[in-house]
Design a protein around this ligand. Structure first.
Ligand SMILES: Nc1ncnc2c1ncn2[C@@H]1O[C@H](COP(=O)(O)OP(=O)(O)OP(=O)(O)O)[C@@H](O)[C@H]1O
Ligand SMILES: [Mg+2]
Length: 321
């Protein structure tokens, strides 16, 4: 099995946008210490399209939050575009987040009372972009995601897929170095999922670097590279086809040829191969459940927790002004 220890893909090494070295994140909850990330090394190059997968609790969101500068590691180094961000103070980190990272979340995280246009303009307000330029860029971003005719609609006047498009436009409006998406299709039906994935494919073709956390193999199949996590570590890091080959081997359904090895009473012909969960979630669930709010905890290094997942990005930038 080729694993993370075999190193990153050559393209990533040549011009890495992201470089993680021995990243650890330890949360303290009462007397317990939770090793959410337990020594992660990862490099991601420009214009790569990467999926992060793994069972619930394996550390995917924790890693995405660190990659997105929403949170800092307890130890280890994170270089973004060659700049050491893991030791930055909150103000500098908020600036990096606002200028270079675009986020898309499962639950859209749009402002309910604002139009699509206002939602997309928001990151530019925190970047001190003037009114006219802000408006032009927000319009362009909405047109890019195919919502030129829905700019004045509020979120409750949009379909799920359209809401997620607004969120993608908001993520892109600052021309970020990387687009990070945490379960972006988790709240969407299968038809809308296909539409949003087509949008991500288009953005990737246009040169965008994309990192997407997902539980769905069909979603990951759109990317070029799959990083699988387990217990806070990278279990495997493979080009999508190699990952598919390896995991189809691992999940190979027993055939009648295997029956001689099977326990007595095993009937290969009646083996139910429809449901083989590989992601720690029930196989019948097509939509990821809403994550439960976690009570705020500080980490080992005494860092404050991220206030609220999505708004933190805007709020902390605003607060630092
Ligand atoms: N703020 C926090 N305080 C304490 N423990 C936390 C906190 N955030 C995450 N954890 C713990 O860290 C581990 C990794 O959590 P994380 O949210 O990264 O998992 P995940 O892979 O994204 O899971 P899921 O697929 O369910 O979203 C889990 O054991 C979780 O309980
Ligand atoms: Mg998660």
């Amino acid at each position: 099995m080729r694993t993370a220890q075999n190193g990153p893909s050559p393209s990533a090494t040549e011009q890495a946008i992201i470089r993680l070295q021995q990243i650890r994140k330890i949360y303290k909850v009462g007397v317990e210490r939770i090793h959410a990330l337990a020594g992660v090394d990862l490099e991601i190059g420009a214009n790569e399209y990467v999926a992060i997968m793994g069972a619930s609790g394996s550390g995917k969101s924790t890693m995405l939050n660190i990659l997105g500068c929403l949170d800092r590691p307890t130890s280890g180094k994170y270089l973004l575009d060659g700049q050491l961000v893991s030791r930055m103070g909150s103000g500098a980190l908020a600036q990096v987040r606002n200028d270079r990272i675009g986020f898309v979340f499962q639950s859209f995280e749009l402002m309910a009372r604002a139009s699509a246009l206002k939602n997309v303009e928001l990151p530019l307000i925190y970047s001190n972009v003037g009114w006219w330029s802000r408006r032009k860029r927000a319009i362009h971003a909405l047109e890019r995601v195919g919502l030129g005719d829905r700019m004045s609609h509020r979120p409750n006047q949009l379909s799920g897929g359209q809401k997620q498009r607004v969120a993608v436009a908001r993520a892109l409006v600052t021309n970020p170095s990387i687009l990070l998406a945490d379960e972006p299709t988790g709240n969407l039906d299968s038809k809308t999922t296909v539409e949003i994935l087509a949008l991500f494919d288009q953005l990737h073709r246009e040169g965008q670097t994309i990192i997407i956390v997902t539980h769905e193999e069909e979603v990951a199949a759109h990317t070029q590279r799959i990083v699988r996590m387990r217990d806070g570590q990278i279990e495997s890091d493979l080009p999508v086809q190699e990952d598919k080959d390896q995991h189809s081997q691992e999940r190979r359904i027993p055939t009648s040829d295997d029956v001689s090895d099977a326990p007595s009473g095993f009937d290969a012909d009646n083996f139910d191969n429809e449901r083989i969960p590989d992601n720690g979630r029930p196989a019948t669930t097509t939509q990821a459940p809403e994550p439960e709010p976690r009570s705020p905890q500080s980490d080992e290094a005494g860092h404050e927790p991220t206030p609220t997942p999505a708004r933190a990005r805007w709020a902390s930038r605003g607060a630092s002004r």
